[in-house]
Design a protein around this ligand. Structure first.
Ligand code: SR1
Ligand code: MG
Length: 391
């Protein structure tokens, strides 16, 4: 290890060495709260407020035999500064970035909670889905050719490559679930469900097209991993965090990540018999889309070059991308590496039904003719499919 990892005992001393953090004063209390796949995360209480330190490990936290570049921490810091500029109030503030120890210091949002957990409990945080749509729109406009102009976009793109983390997504989301791979974990009762999904030629063609779009459509500096575990909520507030997967990619990927995770949360609700919560969760797809489309449309008159490119055509392309990405993002969580509590915390018989339902919904999203245009009818159909497939 070429750099020293922080511990609860060394955080106070570390903060004292960082000029950018001097305004917080002495740290008095530290908790390690990291529960994701990759990083150490400390919440520190100091004389003049709280802060969070996030340090990249040089390996996957949940599988130390799997090396992963700690340079992602600097990539996250740079993306977070950009997102704070274009979408203030929708991401945590960033106070410091340390390229030697691979640490960023960010805003303490301990008065918020992770949205996935709240959704799992059947809680409704109104306005979060729309706020996230606005976040995606502000990033989509502010970091793209629309906000930066052609040359500005190319210059920004050149500073924001994230090949190693993109490769993780290419493998885990778009490839491994569709091949025989040691990461895949399939319950005996779901073997036929997975085989039907991954064996469908239309599914494979659509996922292949989605993978190519992910790899080549450098539209904006997207979040890159915008699942419901990357969102902090409080009444009246939503913040997207954990932007280490940020790169210049397709805008629809962030919207699709949210939609795919709404499908997972809804599948959980359906098998638990809470149809009202499932319907509410799926209705958030429309809320997110409206938040996105309205915010993007509001920004449109300020685009750098008003010639030729048509707003409605662009929104239609983002929508079509998002539908495919939603399916891929939901399916990967029930076949491959990195599972989610929505499904994993269910008893096995319910989990089998939820997984079957998620795969049926993903198949619908990837293959339904006429999925274009409107999320409301599409996600109402998703709700029907979840109910039917989980019986
Ligand atoms: C090895 S990283 C596994 C997953 O964790 C992150 O949240 C991303 O979703 C990634 O695919
Ligand atoms: Mg993450």
């Amino acid at each position: 290890m070429s750099y020293e990892l922080l511990t609860v005992d060394t955080v106070a001393g570390y903060v004292a060495t960082r000029p950018a953090l001097a305004r917080f004063g002495a740290v008095s209390q530290v908790r390690e709260v990291g529960d994701g796949n990759l990083n150490l995360v400390f919440v520190a209480a100091a004389e003049r407020g709280g802060l969070v330190l996030k340090q990249a490990l040089p390996y996957v936290r949940v599988d130390p035999t799997w090396p992963i570049t700690p340079e992602r921490n600097g990539i996250e810091g740079r993306a977070l500064r950009v997102h704070n500029r274009v979408a203030p109030g929708l991401v945590p503030e960033i106070y410091d970035a340390d390229p030697d120890r691979h640490v960023i210091a960010i805003e303490d949002l301990s008065d918020h909670r992770v949205w996935r957990g709240a959704l799992n409990e059947g809680l409704r945080h109104e306005g979060v889905a729309a706020a996230l749509g606005r976040y995606v729109a502000k990033v989509a406009f502010g970091t793209s050719v629309f906000g930066l102009g052609a040359k500005g976009h190319k210059a920004a793109l050149a500073t924001a490559a994230n090949p190693e983390l993109c490769e993780i997504t290419e493998d885990l989301v778009f490839t491994e679930p569709y091949i025989t791979h040691e990461h895949n974990r399939i319950l005996p009762a779901n073997v036929a469900d997975v085989a039907a999904y991954v064996g469908d030629p239309d599914v494979r063609a659509a996922v292949g097209a989605a993978k190519l779009a992910f790899m080549t459509h450098a539209e904006a500096l997207i979040h890159g991993d915008l699942h419901t575990g990357s969102v902090l909520v409080r009444d009246g507030s939503a913040r997207a965090f954990d932007v280490e997967f940020a790169f210049y990619g397709p805008v629809g990927f962030d919207l699709g990540a949210l939609w795919g995770n709404y499908v997972l949360a809804a599948a959980r609700a359906v098998v638990l018999g809470d149809d009202a919560h499932a319907a509410w969760v799926l209705a958030q797809a429309e809320e997110t889309w409206q938040g996105f489309a309205e915010e993007f449309t509001r920004s449109w008159p300020g685009r750098a070059d008003p010639r030729i490119i048509d707003l409605d055509s662009y929104l239609a392309q983002v929508y079509a991308d998002a539908v495919r990405f939603a399916a891929a993002k939901a399916a990967r969580r029930v076949i491959g590496f990195s599972r989610v509590s929505d499904i994993e915390s269910l008893p096995e018989d319910s989990r089998v039904r939820a997984i079957r339902a998620v795969l049926a919904a993903a198949r619908l999203l990837l293959t339904a003719p006429g999925a274009g245009g409107e999320p409301k009818p599409l996600f109402e159909r998703v709700g029907q499919v979840l109910s039917e497939a989980s019986r």
